[in-house]
Design a protein around this ligand. Structure first.
Ligand SMILES: Nc1ncnc2c1ncn2[C@@H]1O[C@H](COP(=O)(O)OP(=O)(O)OP(=O)(O)O)[C@@H](O)[C@H]1O
Ligand SMILES: [Mg+2]
Length: 390
């Protein structure tokens, strides 16, 4: 028996409640980890740079430089994991947008990839799939469910003998398609008609409720005007195909960040640094202080006072979430009083977004850096802004 629409809506609501809680947790953790990581990364970059300038024999310096480069590579890996957690934490955003299927797959792999890697070789093929109208996180959730089902159809520990192939491609007429093919246990022909039913499951795991994954997938896919199909051969494997209507017109060009040239500054710039975290302030002052005059302030309110008494700043590097006056609030105040200064704001953020912050980031053209970021990228943006002001 198929579930009714209202039952499905309830199932979906339950499921997304579970995901939203997970997402909030992930975003909070990303924020907690990202900020100190930004301090570590910035300081490593500064030390590496200064070591290179010391008048010490290269043989003595080399092991230290190598140790720091390895430390930085480790921090970069953690930084990427933080980025994935942050993106997963964005699951509550339900905006409809033109979604790239490879992007949805990549987000899903961040979440579910580890479940697969010790069970199968993972093959990913992206073949010119057009974008689809939908929500990135919902589509990523569909892929997560399909990958999780594929993983559970495969035995552990014999990864070389098995394969999970994820394909995105164009499918006619006017469609885009994601396919997840596994070489796992397969599904008996008799069971095939029931697998989308809510509560139909062959899992015998204690705790938790199962049998909702495919019901949720079908609800999401049908909600986007698509279909989901399954082919399976017991003992040989299963293919699940999601077909979605493609966006007909080309997506407008992505908005470019206002500055992306990388000239080296002819003069020292003036940078106002607004961050409530003292370690981030110290690290950024250290990293930028030789090229520019950097003045740190600990809050948005303090920044506003400083900007009112002296507006001659090339760049305002500003945290997003601060207790008294947030980055968006400072931006709004400057928009009213000194729009030229609002344009010179560069945001650094550890994530953990509220709906307002998310809407704010979508609406502005200013550069945004997610902690941790590499200091040279921020330097390039500041250098370009200084050159622009002249
Ligand atoms: N790739 C697959 N290979 C083999 N069987 C599958 C596959 N995908 C789904 N199934 C079968 O369909 C059933 C229903 O899948 P569904 O994703 O809806 O629920 P579930 O995986 O059992 O639980 P959960 O709610 O945690 O996703 C599974 O229990 C399994 O028997
Ligand atoms: Mg499942």
């Amino acid at each position: 028996m198929s579930a009714t629409l209202s039952e499905l809506a309830h199932t979906e609501a339950l499921h997304f409640e579970r995901l939203a809680t997970l997402g909030t947790l992930a975003a909070g953790l990303a924020h907690e980890i990202g900020t100190p990581l930004a301090t570590v990364l910035t300081n490593l970059d500064v030390v590496l740079e200064r070591l290179g300038e010391l008048d010490v024999p290269a043989d003595e310096i080399r092991p230290l430089v190598e140790a720091l480069i390895e430390a930085r590579a480790g921090v970069d890996v953690v930084g990427r994991a933080v980025g994935s957690m942050r993106r997963f934490g964005d699951v509550e955003g339900d905006d409809v947008e033109d979604v790239s299927l490879p992007e949805a797959v990549s987000l899903a792999l961040d979440v579910a990839g580890h479940e697969l890697r010790h069970r199968a070789r993972l093959i990913i093929e992206h073949d010119d799939a057009p974008r689809v109208r939908g929500n990135l996180h919902q589509l990523a959730q569909v892929v997560v469910q399909l990958l999780s089902n594929a993983a559970q159809a495969l035995p552990e520990g014999n990864a070389e003998a098995h394969e999970v192939r994820i394909t995105t491609r164009r499918c006619r007429p006017g469609g885009a398609c994601i396919e997840v093919r596994d070489t796992g246990a397969g599904i008996d022909a008799d069971d095939l008609p029931r697998i989308f039913d809510r509560d139909y499951t062959t899992r015998v795991r204690p705790g938790g409720r199962h049998g909702i994954g495919l019901a949720v997938c079908r609800a999401i896919v049908q909600g986007l005007g698509g279909v989901i199909e399954v082919e399976s051969e017991p003992g040989r494997g299963t293919t699940v195909r999601v077909r979605l209507p493609a966006v007909s017109q080309r997506r407008p060009a992505q908005r470019l960040a206002p500055v992306h040239a990388v000239p080296s500054p002819a003069r020292r710039g003036r940078v106002l640094l607004v961050d409530d975290d003292p370690l981030v302030r110290t690290a950024l002052c250290r990293a930028l202080g030789r090229e520019h005059v950097v003045e740190p302030v600990a809050s948005g309110r303090e920044a506003l006072v400083r900007l009112r008494e002296d507006p001659r700043w090339d760049v305002i590097v500003c945290d997003l979430l601060m207790p008294d006056l947030t980055g968006p609030q400072l931006h709004a105040a400057l928009r009213r009083e000194r729009p030229d200064l609002a344009d010179r704001m560069v945001f650094v953020t550890g994530g953990a977004f509220t709906d307002e912050t998310r809407a704010f980031l979508a609406a502005i053209d200013n550069p945004v850096f997610h902690k941790p970021f590499r200091i040279r990228v921020l330097r390039d943006v500041i250098a370009a802004a200084v050159a622009l002001v002249g």
